[in-house]
Write a protein that binds this ligand. Structure first.
Ligand SMILES: C[S@@+](CC[C@H](N)C(=O)[O-])C[C@H]1O[C@@H](n2cnc3c(N)ncnc32)[C@H](O)[C@@H]1O
Length: 428
C-alpha cells in the first residue's frame, strides 16, 4: 500500500471506532481487518501504529484542534498527530491526495488548523487531565492514589507496553523457551520479577512461533504472572478460579500445580469459557474442569467450603492496562466505576463461601484505583470477621513482595501493567 492508502485506511478504522464508542478498539480493529483480508501484515501493522498513536494522544489532540477552532474528525486527528511529531503541513498535505485508495485532499479549514498548530505554542495552558490523557472525573482519584508520582505514572501508563510471555513449565524451562524463540528470530530476556517470564523486544509476531504453537509460551503480562504466584497453588490442592474468563490465569495455576490436583474454572460468560478450551489443550493442562455460573445455580451451594484456594480475578476498570488499551481511558465513565465496585463486593462475598476453613481467597484486579483495591479489601474484612490478611507462602513470589499480604504493581514502579492482589485467609 502507498503511504496515502495506509492513511486512508487508518482514517476509515478511526471512523469505525468513533461509530462504536463503547466497543474496545482492538475488537473494532479485528473486525476491520477481517473484512479487508487483502491488507497484508506489514500494512496492517503500519495502519494500527497510526491509529494507536492517535488513541494514545486522544484528549490532547482534541483539545489542540478545539484551540485553533478546527472540527474534531478522524482525518484531522491523524493529520495533527503528524504535525505534532514534527512533520510540516506541506508534507502532510502531500499524503492527503485524491484517488480511489487515498484520503482526499485537505480542505481549506483543515489546512488552516494544521498551519496554526505548526506555528504557535498554545497560549492557554492545557488542563492537567487533558495533558495526562485521563477523564476529568477520574483525575482526582488518580492524584490521591499517586501523589508526587502522578505525572510519572500517568506518562508511563500512556506508553506502549512490553510484550511479556509466561513459560509453561509443564512443557519446558525458561532457557529452553528462550532458545526456541530465538530459532524463530525472536529475542527474549528473562523478566526481572516473575520466575516464569520472558520479555520480547518490540512488537513481534509471537503467535506464529513454534514455541507458542507448541504451548511452551503463553502471552501474559508479568504482573498477571505475579498474581498467580500470590495464589500459591500447589499440586495436591483443590483450586477455584472464580472469574476465569478465557483462562489466562487458570493456565498458569495449572502449571504451578504441575498438572495435578484439581482446578475449576468458572465464569458467567460462556464464550469466554469456551475460548479457554483451545488454550488448555495447547498448554497440555489436564487438571481443569470448566463451570458456567448461572442464576439459581446449585453448584456453589454444593461446593461451599471445599476449595483450598479461590482466585477472584474481578471484573474491573482495567485502568492498569491502559498501556495496551489506550481507548479504554476515553470510554471509562464514573457510572462504570460505581457499578463495578458493587459487583466486585458481591463476587467476593460469593467466592468467600467457597473457601475451606484455613484456605485462602486471593482477590485481584488490573486496576490502579483504591476504590477497587484496598478499599474493597477493607470493606470485605469488615463484613467477614472469619478472614484476615496473610502473606504469601511460596518462593514464586519475588522476595521483595513476600512480607506483605497485598501486591500493588504499576508500570512506572515495576515495569508491569497495573495490578493489585490481596491474600485473605479463612480461619481454620
Ligand atoms: C478480569 S476478567 C478475568 C480474566 C481472566 N482471569 C484471565 O486471567 O484471563 C474478569 C472476568 O469476570 C467475569 N465475571 C463478570 N461477572 C462475574 C460474576 N458475577 N461471577 C463470575 N465471573 C464474573 C467476566 O466475564 C470476566 O471474564
Amino acid at each position: 500500500m502507498t503511504p496515502s492508502a495506509r492513511l486512508a485506511a487508518a482514517i476509515d478504522l478511526l471512523t469505525e471506532m468513533d461509530a462504536s464508542p463503547r466497543r474496545p478498539a482492538d475488537a473494532v480493529a479485528n473486525s476491520f481487518f477481517r473484512d479487508r483480508r487483502f491488507i497484508g501484515g506489514g500494512d496492517r501493522r503500519a495502519i494500527s501504529a497510526l491509529v494507536w498513536d492517535t488513541l494514545r494522544h486522544w484528549r490532547r489532540t482534541e483539545w489542540l484542534i478545539g484551540h485553533v477552532g478546527g472540527e474534531v474528525t478522524p482525518r484531522l486527528r491523524i493529520a495533527v498527530r503528524q504535525i505534532l511529531t514534527g512533520v510540516t503541513p506541506g508534507v502532510v498535505s502531500q499524503a492527503f491526495v485524491e484517488g480511489r485508495f487515498a484520503p482526499g485532499a485537505l480542505t481549506p479549514d483543515e489546512r488552516h488548523a494544521l498551519e496554526s498548530l505548526s506555528k504557535a505554542e498554545p497560549a492557554e495552558a492545557m488542563p492537567d487531565a487533558v495533558r495526562l490523557e485521563v477523564p476529568d472525573w477520574l483525575f482526582p482519584h488518580l492524584r490521591t492514589k499517586f501523589g508526587n508520582e502522578l505525572e510519572k505514572e500517568l506518562e508511563t501508563l500512556g506508553q506502549e507496553a512490553t510484550l511479556d510471555l509466561r513459560v509453561n513449565t509443564l512443557q519446558g524451562d525458561r532457557e529452553a523457551a528462550r532458545k526456541m524463540l530465538l530459532r524463530d528470530g525472536l529475542r527474549a530476556e528473562p523478566t526481572p520479577l516473575s520466575p516464569w517470564g520472558l520479555r520480547l523486544s518490540g512488537r513481534v509476531p509471537v503467535t506464529a512461533s513454534a514455541a507458542f504453537r507448541d504451548g511452551l509460551v503463553e502471552i501474559q503480562d508479568e504482573g498477571s504472572q505475579l498474581v498467580v504466584a500470590m495464589v500459591g497453588a500447589s499440586p495436591e490442592m483443590r483450586v477455584l478460579d472464580y472469574c476465569a474468563g478465557a483462562g489466562g490465569k487458570t493456565l498458569a495455576i495449572a502449571m504451578t500445580m504441575q498438572n495435578r490436583g484439581h482446578i475449576v474454572a468458572c465464569d458467567v460468560s460462556a464464550p469466554r469459557l469456551d475460548g479457554a478450551v483451545r488454550r488448555f489443550r495447547r498448554a497440555g493442562a489436564h487438571n481443569v474442569e470448566r463451570h458456567l455460573l448461572t442464576a439459581g445455580d446449585k453448584w456453589a451451594k454444593r461446593r461451599a467450603g471445599s476449595f483450598d484456594r479461590v482466585l477472584v480475578d474481578a471484573p474491573c476498570t482495567g485502568t492498569g492496562t491502559w498501556r495496551r488499551n489506550p481507548d479504554a481511558r476515553v470510554r471509562l465513565q464514573e457510572q462504570d466505576l460505581a457499578e463495578l465496585t458493587v459487583k466486585q463486593a458481591q463476587i467476593l462475598d460469593r467466592a468467600a463461601a467457597l473457601v475451606r476453613p484455613g484456605g485462602r481467597l486471593v482477590y485481584a484486579t488490573c486496576s490502579v484505583l483504591d476504590a477497587e483495591n484496598c478499599d474493597q479489601i477493607d470493606a470485605f474484612l469488615k463484613r467477614h470477621e472469619d478472614f484476615s490478611l496473610a502473606t504469601p507462602e511460596t518462593e514464586d513470589v519475588p522476595e521483595q513482595f513476600r512480607g506483605s499480604a497485598t501486591l500493588s504493581l504499576t508500570p512506572a514502579k515495576n515495569g508491569t501493567d497495573g495490578f493489585f492482589a490481596a491474600i485473605l485467609q479463612k480461619s481454620a
